[in-house]
Design a protein around this ligand. Sequence first.
Ligand code: FAD
Ligand code: NAI
Length: 329
Amino acid sequence: MTQTFEIAIIGAGMAGLSAATALSEAGHRVVLFDKSRGSGGRMSTKRTDSGDLDMGAQYFTARDSHFRQALQGWLDRGWVAEWSPRLFIRNEDELLESPDDQQRYVGSPRMTSLSRGLLENLEFISQTRITGLQHTDDERWELQDDTGASHGPFDRVVVATPAPQAVPLLGAAAHLEQAAAQVQMQPGWTLALGFAEPLDTAVEACFVRVGALDWISRNSSKPGRQGLDTWVLQSNPRWAMGNLETEKSQVCRELSTAFAEVLNIDLPKPAFELAHRWLYARSEGNCNWGALAAPEKGLYVCGDWCLGGRLENAWISGQQAAQTLLERK
Ligand code: FAD
Ligand code: NAI
């Protein structure tokens, strides 16, 4: 009979959920921890009276055959849907339609529908920030949280947080700690706007190559979204870096102005606005690590930063961490 492990996964974003589903399907007892109230991490949705607003990942693409297979299951369950926006690109001089044949997907009816679906039947301890991992004399792991409480023991631990948040948890394996410490993550600002009257534009999504923004999407054009005509604007990392401590009201003003310039319209007063700062939005450059491991200690690490900041990469990294753990048994 194969041995059943107790496995802690720290971080319930796409990477942690991916590892959790694979390990749980292999028959192990998995417990997910997250400092936030819900799951999904940077695949996040803010639920408001004006509609559900995807503040983090906007959509995803699927290139890897295993990921496409998982995606088919999610489509069948109705957790995700195709999104084919009218897509534009904004250069210095002009706003041009930029259609392509890239199929894009979104959680349905909100981005977090996917994380909620993946979390089904998994044990989840939310609002618990893990601050330390202790390797016990019998080679198991105790987890400490920021209230001083202890969780465990666990036979294996998978750290699935952004790199800077993984570093303080990896002291027991110097090579993992050093690898995570060398990954730089860039910040970003996201602004959501809602308008009582739909804006007069054909744009549903736009890659922006000028000014403060790098992405605009008409959130309400995604399948299943209800409420006002809502938009999500994302700053580029350079602008965010220069505005890390800027007041939210000022961020709203500056990104709204940039938005009006991109669309070349006079913007009416929004009925709703919400700004969110991401300290760790995306990793700089792409490592090709898949996942990291100190198998002799039963410690594994995954996250989008192990492959490059995309949802698909986060999922692949989680699968690879699970695979490495299962091979070591
Ligand atoms: P995360 O989603 O960050 O999950 C890590 C989790 O760990 C979080 O839930 C966090 O709360 C938790 N955590 C951290 N530290 C601790 C701790 N000490 N204890 C407990 N829990 C902890 N990707 C795309 O493919 N398409 C896009 O359009 C896209 N747009 C994006 C837009 C924005 C604004 C951002 C920020 C990201 C975007 N991405 C996009 C990237 C995508 O969101 C990420 O690649 C993916 O969600 C990362 O998943 P992850 O599991 O690696 O990390
Ligand atoms: P994708 O294939 O749609 O886009 C990849 C990149 O190709 C885009 O960023 C864009 O620069 C370019 N591109 C694609 N289609 C285009 C078109 N029709 N016209 C002009 N340019 C086009 O999606 P993929 O590879 O899955 O990437 C995920 C997305 O997530 C990217 O857009 C990336 O910028 C975004 N992202 C945003 C983060 C943030 O913090 N704002 C963090 C991580 C990812």
